[in-house]
Design a binder for this molecule. Structure first.
Ligand code: HEC
Length: 100
């Protein structure tokens, strides 16, 4: 009986972790945060801030990086690596952050 309850509790907490991981944020944002910051404020002088930037503008830039009309090796790689859905989620996240 005791083992059974423990198992139920364990399953419940695993489900919670699963739900958290299912959110686009975490892992996806981490791949951008290295340069643009988790808060959308870049740490390097040559990297633009994304916090509070216009959403449509950023989506356009991602498309431009992907098709090569805006040239930048790292951003081209990032834009090609991710699917449209992921890019939309990430851009929505950055657009919603407070600008500095
Ligand atoms: C290796 C560092 C690096 C990583 C990782 C990176 N970026 Fe960038 N990003 C840059 C740099 C540098 C620029 C400026 C490019 C230029 O000078 O044209 C940029 C530009 C951008 C722009 C255009 C901003 C503007 O104001 O025009 C967007 C949008 C953007 N990045 C989104 C992302 C997203 C989303 C991710 C994650 C999927 C990401 N970046 C990952 C370095 C990075």
């Amino acid at each position: 009986m005791k083992t059974r309850i423990t198992a139920v509790i364990l399953t419940a907490s695993l489900l919670t972790v699963g739900a958290a991981l299912a959110q686009p944020r975490g892992a996806l944002i981490a791949s951008c945060a290295a340069c643009h910051g988790e808060d959308g404020i870049a740490r390097e002088a040559d990297v633009p801030h994304l916090a509070g930037q216009n959403e449509a503008y950023m989506l356009n830039q991602m498309a431009n990086f992907r098709n090569g009309s805006r040239r930048h090796p790292e951003m081209r790689f990032m834009a090609r690596e991710l699917g449209d859905r992921d890019i939309k989620d990430i851009i929505a996240y950055y657009a919603a952050l407070p600008a500095r």
